[in-house]
Design a protein around this ligand. Sequence first.
Ligand SMILES: *Cc1c(COP(=O)(O)O)cnc(C)c1O
Length: 453
Amino acid sequence: MKTTKKIQLPESEMPKAWYNIIADMKNQPLPMLNPGTKQPLKPEEMEGLFAKGLVEQEFSKERYIEIPDEVWQLYKIYRPSPLVRASGLEKALDTPAKIYFKNESVSPVGSHKLNSAIPQAYYNKIQGIKHITTETGAGQWGSAMSIACKHFGLDLQVYMVKVSYDQKPYRKFVMQTYGAEVIPSPSTRTAAGRSYLEKHPNSPGSLGVAISEAVEAAVTHPDTRYTLGSVLNHVILHQTIIGLEAEKQMEMAGDYPDVVIGCFGGGSNFSGITFPFLRHNLVDGKTTRFIAAEPASCPKLTRGKFEYDFGDTIGMTPLIPMFTLGHDFEPAAIHAGGLRYHGAGSIVSQLLKDGLIEAQAVKQLDTFDAGVLFARSEGIIPAPESTHAIAVAIREALKAKEEGKEKTILFNLSGHGLIDMAAYDNYFAGKLTNFEVPDASIEDNIAKLEKLA
Ligand SMILES: *Cc1c(COP(=O)(O)O)cnc(C)c1O
């Protein structure tokens, strides 16, 4: 029999529209609120911050939204991405399960982030916006925006979490190579940064503070808009290209997943790979399971609470209905920088509340065990974020072995780890630890939220 290792979708078969799951949700996500009035946010209120085309998508209830031709043509630089049968990993685990992964590490920045960066830059460009601000943790989103802005002739300011700026300089160099200005956050450029620095002069920074700074820089300058790399509905919409392709590729392989897994930061790659399959649960009676893999040290889905909360630390964003650890939760300095975020998007939060998806937490050492096994059996060194999905895929494959059952597992390889080798070095040197979050610290943080909405 012919073995299928890599399943490559022909370019002409690349989806022409993104999928908006809101059109198929029985319980709609709750609206975002204006934090001042506590009233549902209106599209006009977001247009000072985000490009109009993106705001329209944020509020859209259309099931399919056409991918503009200019965006589609750029996607072709690295898409369709391959679907790969992880036969090496199956063998290493001696499991009866079939394991597939969607390889999003093939993009020029090495992660799925470019899938949303390209359309975000595009919608700003066609509106005549000249300057973009954004924030980045470890640098994946900033790198993706840097390429996209360069392509569309927009200039870009990236507020980069200071500890990454100092300790993980390579993605800073990537961003600079594409022509972006990179500013360590907290900075003295913004009132938000200055006030935070006054209280925490030696702060290593966090994604939440960097968001506050980038938002402030956008709303206080002309012809400038802000972009966000996860959490919001329009970002999740763009990422569905992953699952829409995977759906066609699974069909080419003659298979359909029993379980689909993605690692979880704000929810964009998880939603991207799962929503097109989840649609078949919602409308065709399929019973696929969907598992979000989060760090045990930042457990918003498994231990957080469903509440209205801010998307940033200072409290400048709208109130978002989400599973959260509280906007001033300070996650431990794990190497999966892209997963160190206190909250989750409103669609994913509603789906979790309704039991339509599941979540599992993974400890840092287990993620690196999984990452190294994957590298040695499949040849790709995964990003520390992606190792969370791999660890859960391995759990599911070993469970199948225990039960002596066949099972088809699909996970998203959100990125490669070639710029994260210092993390692997620490792991091999025995310097990595697991971090525990005491219940009391979560409860304290969440107790503060009850007054917000
Ligand atoms: C940013 C990032 C993530 C986490 O973000 P999501 O929006 O939850 O997908 C995961 N993996 C990689 C490689 C990333 O760059």
